[in-house]
Design a protein around this ligand. Structure first.
Ligand code: MG
Length: 492
């Protein structure tokens, strides 16, 4: 045998051994994405602003784990929630519907006897079609009575607060308004009356539960929904993170959420699940700027939470699934939280309901396909009528390039000083009298009303608004939509 042939034979033998070693390693791992649908981890922050993540421009604190998630996946720069307030936003995220289609408005109070109707297909219910284990930790806010809690809406397990942490007797702003705030495990109240110390432990407790859920379910497909209580006021942070940032308690609270995300990512890595898991991160609405140093930032966007200006509805959105989403990609196309349910349905081969849902599959956008376009003609933003504080009025219409603000009144600081250290400033009402048009290609801060220069665009968007009102209604205009459904209701 010539020396060359010996070398070739040795190389061939080595290559075969390597293939054998790789095959052996693979055989010992959990099934890969090709064999099973992906796990899904959905992390939701509460009242975190558009620019409150490092890669989105955070100032005074850092988010290395969220930044890494973005580096290893895709981040969107024009991603929105359906309504800029807690319950309504969560209803849309979990059902793929505009919240007023399914009768969910604004932020529910603890004494409300309504909740998400059992007919609605939620993300966890949909994933159970495919044998997923489903777990939730954190804030629910889609109905307090036990009949509406997460275990009745598709989750196998649940640990968290049934609604917002400011609906709390110890919140300084409204003493005597709220009943004791409970912590719930499954359907059992494990702490009937949260103290300040208890509030400080929440993020760490949620994280520990999330990591344990991943460990327990590592050998089967799972859906994990981590709905943080923070950084919603009143802010609370564990000792480990207190005083660590230049941004005060708000920065500390966001860094704790970032640390939590790091622990969840570590758990996925430790169990060899990184390549089998789609991880998504977003916020439920924009920052509550009336709280000043205890609220976040949406700079350079206009206004914040509860408004349909961009600062209210545009939020950070990051998605990572190695091998399926390109690393370090940035998507400038518009998208909305209602699109996640149909997108995941597409990924796992689940069946969508027979009733109308509003979201559409945006997997080509999340997968970073070149030239992919958003499939919606427009998105519609409802808000709670100012002063009435119930119902839903259509306040704006967005296409990729344009935004039409419809006549309505909105909450603004209007140049007044915001609050400080947990106390809010004072809002004033500012009316929009005539439809205003903004060019979203060149003016994301919504500073120049160009309605007069583009009457054709205004007309077209008013037509879209009319079509939307016929379907979803408008309480300020006394319009009942033909396509709305009732929420779940308990008898009085
Ligand atoms: Mg919120």
């Amino acid at each position: 045998m010539k020396p060359n042939s010996t070398i070739h034979a040795t190389v061939r033998a080595l290559a075969c051994s390597l293939i054998l070693i790789v095959a052996t390693i693979d055989a010992g791992r959990p099934a890969r994405a090709a064999d099973r649908p992906p796990n899904v981890v959905l992390i939701l922050a509460d009242d975190l602003g558009y620019s409150d993540v490092g890669v989105y421009g955070a100032k005074g604190f850092t988010t290395p784990h969220l930044d890494r998630l973005a580096r290893e996946g895709i981040r969107f720069t024009d991603f929105h929630v359906a309504q800029a307030v807690c319950s309504a936003s969560r209803a849309a995220l979990l059902t793929g519907c505009y919240p007023n289609r399914i009768g969910i408005e604004g932020a529910m109070e603890p004494w409300f006897k309504i909740g998400l109707h059992e007919r609605e297909l939620t993300l966890p219910k949909m994933m159970k079609q495919k044998g997923y284990a489903t777990g939730m930790v954190g804030k629910w806010h889609l109905g307090r009575p036990v009949e509406f809690l997460p275990l009745r809406r598709g989750f196998d397990e649940y640990f968290g607060l049934p609604y917002s942490n400011d609906q709390w007797p110890l919140h300084p702003e409204k003493p005597g308004t709220f009943p004791p705030l409970p912590l719930i495990d499954g359907e059992t109240v494990v702490n009937p009356n949260l103290s300040h110390r208890d509030m400080e432990k929440l993020t760490a407790q949620y994280t520990e539960r999330a990591v344990r859920f991943i460990e327990r379910n590592k050998d089967r497909p799972f859906f994990l929904y981590v709905a943080h209580t923070m950084p919603h006021v009143p802010l609370a942070v564990s000792e480990r993170f207190r005083g660590t940032t230049k941004r005060g308690l708000y920065g500390d609270a966001v860094e704790e959420i970032d640390g939590s995300t790091g622990e969840i990512l570590d758990a996925l890595k430790e169990h060899g699940l990184e390549r089998d898991t789609l991880v998504m991160f977003l916020s439920d609405n924009g920052p509550w700027i009336v709280y000043g140093n205890h609220g976040g930032s949406a700079a350079p966007l206009r206004e914040g939470k509860t408004t349909t200006w961009e600062g209210g509805t545009r939020v950070p959105f990051i998605a990572r699934w190695p091998g399926h989403i390109p690393a370090g990609a940035v998507c400038g196309e518009m998208a909305m939280s209602i699109d996640l349910l149909p997108t995941i349905a597409h990924l796992i081969g689940a069946t969508l309901p027979n009733h109308t849902i509003d979201g559409l599959d945006i997997w080509p956008l999340i997968a970073g396909e070149s030239g992919a376009k958003n499939p919606h003609e427009a998105y519609f933003f409802y808000g709670i009528p100012f002063g009435v504080w119930s119902g839903a009025e259509l306040e704006s219409v967005r296409t990729r390039d344009w935004k039409l603000i419809l006549p309505h009144g909105y909450r603004t600081l209007g140049g007044r000083k915001p609050g400080m250290d947990g106390w809010p400033g004072e809002y004033m009402k500012r009316p929009v009298v005539e439809p205003e048009l903004y060019d979203m290609r060149h003016d994301i801060s919504e500073t120049h009303n160009v309605a007069a220069e583009h009457p054709d665009v205004v007309r077209r968007m008013l037509d879209l608004a009319e079509r939307c009102r016929a379907d979803l209604g408008d309480t300020t205009l006394n319009r009942k939509g033909s396509g709305t459904r009732e929420p779940g209701r308990l008898p009085d």
